[in-house]
Design a binder for this molecule. Structure first.
Ligand code: 5GP
Length: 201
């Protein structure tokens, strides 16, 4: 059986990554999603086990010590990590898996899984990024400036990713994202089994 592929998705706050991912799952329901373990408090509307498992710092540190994580990072004072076993099991079962991580997590995954495909979600322009980060205008300017600084820091790493998807029109961006995942099945390393099977007969 061919192994599955890991797809990494990153993008700054203001890139519309979460909405885009929802659309992608509507269009490509076969892909598995890696549920991260995190220590930040649950936000209103979040559901345990949907996108995140909300765990204690003690449990997270135990996961680090037991080498249960593929990658982990501290983001605004909280731990975020990708449990290793579900990813490795999916890949060994020939299933594709999407992992959402910040740029730091992406670099860690690429070190361990060099053939992972990395996709960065970009806002269409600086003006639109600023407008999205300003949101409803309820946040203080210093908070908005901090978010913008973080977003630009992440965007400066976009050149290290395999693909860039610009999230201007949601439907278009989701179709582009799914195209990237679809084309992957034609790559030579996804077809070695067939080649070997034919040559061995
Ligand atoms: P939020 O708290 O807003 O849901 O996520 C904050 C940041 O953490 C986002 O950039 C998100 O992509 C990133 N993130 C989510 N899950 C993981 C993870 O498992 N590992 C790492 N390194 N980052 C993650």
């Amino acid at each position: 059986m061919n192994k599955g592929r890991v797809f990494i998705i990153s993008g700054p706050s203001g890139s519309g990554k979460d909405t885009l991912m929802k659309k992608v799952f509507e269009k490509a329901p076969d892909i598995l999603f890696s549920i991260s373990s995190i220590t930040r408090p649950m936000r209103v509307g979040e559901v345990e086990g949907e996108k995140y498992n909300f765990i204690s710092r003690e449990r997270f540190e135990e996961m680090i010590a037991n080498d249960e994580l593929l990658e982990h990072n501290v983001f605004v004072g909280n731990y975020y990590g990708t449990p290793k076993a579900p990813v490795l099991n999916a890949v060994n079962d020939g299933k594709n898996m999407l992992i959402e991580v910040d740029v730091n997590g992406a670099y860690q995954i690429l070190e361990k899984i060099p053939d992972a495909v990395s996709i960065f979600i970009m806002p269409p322009s600086l003006e639109i990024l600023k407008a999205r980060l300003t949101g409803r205008g309820t946040d203080e300017q210093s908070v908005i400036d901090k978010r913008l600084f973080e977003a630009l820091r992440e965007i400066s790493c976009a050149k290290d990713y395999d693909y860039i998807v610009v999230n201007d029109d949601l439907e278009t961006a989701a179709n582009e994202f799914v195209s990237i995942m679809s084309v992957d099945k034609f790559k030579t390393d996804r077809n070695l089994e067939l080649i070997n099977k034919i040559l061995n007969k």
